[in-house]
Design a protein around this ligand. Structure first.
Ligand code: AMP
Length: 547
């Protein structure tokens, strides 16, 4: 017997309809590429999303055709999120930090038909457009009078001119909730990039989950600054959760430096911000010497890479801001776990609480996870045993676009497919998961594993250290030994000997790195994560003092 409830499909268009009807005057504030601050509302976004939908219809784009963006976080990008997916096309967000050859490959693989880009990225478009035969329409996200006459891009159109040709009267199509809505290519370090193809259903379920109190706790009283880019995994789904709850959105555009972010947080009364650790490092580096404080910011979600303890402490003790550590992946839309305390933890000491906050957190309802050994045997949730982390859930990929990379899931005895994350983790009896490493970054010394994240976190807690990356170096006796590459804070005097001494008592003796190598910078990938492959390449002639 079936239940007798309405079978309404979960569609992205329902989010923007809802935001327009119930939070029409909710603010959307953007720092534009042009440098000024732009203000609109959820109603304004909804109207212009409908103009986009009419514009795509006029170009005769078919259902599931791909519309690509190469754009910062801003109101025009938000309009495209709803106008493209709502009208049954697929929004393909491209990471502008990729090499132009990768951008070309991705556009061709996705067979994008329209490409909308911020003027900052004109040089990329100039480099790639002739090699992208599927793209029929190039749209610059600017006013008509800002369009360069000599761009070299055939029939380049201004976004404003394009959408203003069309009305804001549009009825969103009804479709199956499993219809594809958006796609994002993974930054994969080996093989071709692979695309996660999200659906309306997965996006809505993720938006509900992300808004929960023990997740990002998003409400109509929030002003949210997603520093996490809309060009990578839909800014962690924040645009959708904000529409679902009527939260105010504040977009930083391309100005990601500490001062610009701080000024925007204060000017717009931001209560909640989300980003990767490297961005917050820049913010803290700007605030401390200038004696600045936050007036309304009360929490920040940090994920994408392990959050150093020193950052959690600085936010909490110096600025009264709660850091929520999160873990996710492109393949998970992206949220998998988020670290909030349980009731019983509130009576623990600060130090004990900190041990929990450092973990990547508990599974969000919808995500199931387990750790397995090399033979696929499930490992206990005792906080000590570690293994490959596998996940399943309604916003986890089943396979990649065009079956790239083959069938990724591992089936269990019940025939359920689990996605192998490539991360190595522990899970404690309370369900808190902690990543020890990417499986390919694990350091094996004398048959024992050393967590590069632990080694980095200790270095990062030293007041003279700006950034640290730990890698394994071949060793004749121990197979591998860890070293730590360190970027000093400006004017810091820290020495190799001092830093090695600093490790004593903070980790087991055999886990202390064999050497400290000072570097000017740590190579970062397109999503702001440390590129250890590149660091290893840079240090390929390095010889261990202990070898
Ligand atoms: P991406 O798909 O580019 O977003 O990268 C996903 C990967 O980033 C994960 O598989 C992890 O290796 C890493 N990652 C994400 N969040 C965290 C975190 N909080 N701590 C450690 N690693 C993380």
């Amino acid at each position: 017997m079936f239940g007798l409830m309405q079978n309404q499909p979960l569609l992205i268009s329902s989010l923007i309809d809802f935001a327009q009807r119930h939070h029409g005057d909710g603010e959307i504030v953007s720092r534009r590429v042009e440098g000024d601050i732009h203000r609109t509302t959820w109603a304004g976004i909804a109207q212009r999303a409908k103009r986009i939908a009419n514009g795509l219809d006029a170009w005769k784009l078919q259902a599931s055709d791909r519309v690509a963006t190469l754009a910062w976080n801003g109101y025009r990008h938000l309009e495209l999120y709803f106008g493209v997916s709502g009208s049954e096309r697929v929004l393909h967000t491209i990471n502008p930090r990729l090499h132009p050859d990768q951008v070309t490959w991705i556009i061709n693989h996705a067979e994008d038909q329209v490409l909308c880009f911020d003027m900052t990225f004109l040089p990329i478009i100039q480099a790639v457009h002739a090699k992208c035969p599927t793209v029929k329409h190039w749209v610059a996200l600017c006013d008509a009078d800002k369009l360069p006459g000599d761009s070299g891009i055939p029939n380049l159109l201004s976004y404003e001119a394009w959408i203003n040709q069309h009305t804001d009267q549009y009825v969103w199509p009804k479709m199956d909730e499993n219809t594809a809505s958006s796609m994002c290519y993974t930054s994969g370090t080996t093989g071709n990039p692979k695309a996660a193809l999200y659906s309306h259903r997965s996006t809505l379920l993720h938006a509900y989950a992300a808004s929960l109190p023990d997740v990002m706790c998003i409400s109509a009283r929030d002003a949210i600054l997603p520093v996490v880019p809309m060009f990578h995994v839909n800014a962690w789904g924040i645009p959708y959760s904000a529409a679902m709850t009527g939260a105010k959105l504040v977009f930083p555009g391309g100005a990601m430096d500490g001062k610009s972010i701080y000024d925007l947080i204060e000017a717009e009364g931001v209560t909640f911000a989300a980003g990767v650790p490297t961005v917050w490092q820049m913010l803290l580096t700007h605030m401390k010497p200038n004696g600045l404080k936050f007036s309304k910011l009360n929490r920040t979600v940090i994920g994408g890479s392990a959050c150093p303890p020193a950052m959690i402490t600085a936010f909490k003790d110096d600025y009264g801001v709660e850091v929520l550590h999160a873990w996710g992946m492109t393949e998970l839309s992206p949220l998998g776990t988020l670290c909030t305390l349980k009731n019983k933890h509130l009576k623990l000491s600060e130090e004990e609480q900190m041990k929990i906050r450092l973990k990547q957190g508990r599974a969000i309802f919808g995500i199931d996870m387990k750790i397995v050994d090399d033979a696929g045997k499930e490992q206990p949730h005792d906080g000590k045993a570690y293994g490959d982390l596998l996940v399943k859930g309604p916003w986890v990929v089943a396979e990649y676009f065009k079956s790239e990379g083959g069938h990724p899931l591992v089936n269990d005895a019940n025939g359920d497919g689990w996605f192998p994350t490539g991360d190595v983790a522990t899970i404690d009896p309370d369900g808190y998961m902690q990543i020890t490493d990417r499986s390919k970054d694990v350091i094996k010394s004398g048959g024992e594993w050393i967590s590069s994240i632990d080694i980095e976190n200790i270095a990062m807690s030293h007041p003279g250290v700006l950034m640290a990356a730990c890698i394994g170096i071949k060793h004749p006796k121990w197979d591998e030994r860890p070293i730590v590459a360190v970027v000093k804070k400006p004017d810091a005097q820290v020495t190799r000997e001092e830093l090695l001494k600093y490790y004593e008592g903070k980790t087991a003796k055999w886990q202390i790195p064999d050497d400290v190598v000072f570097v000017d910078s740590i190579p970062l990938g397109a999503t702001g994560k440390m590129l250890k492959t590149k660091l290893r390449e840079q240090l390929k002639d390095y010889v261990l003092p202990t070898a």
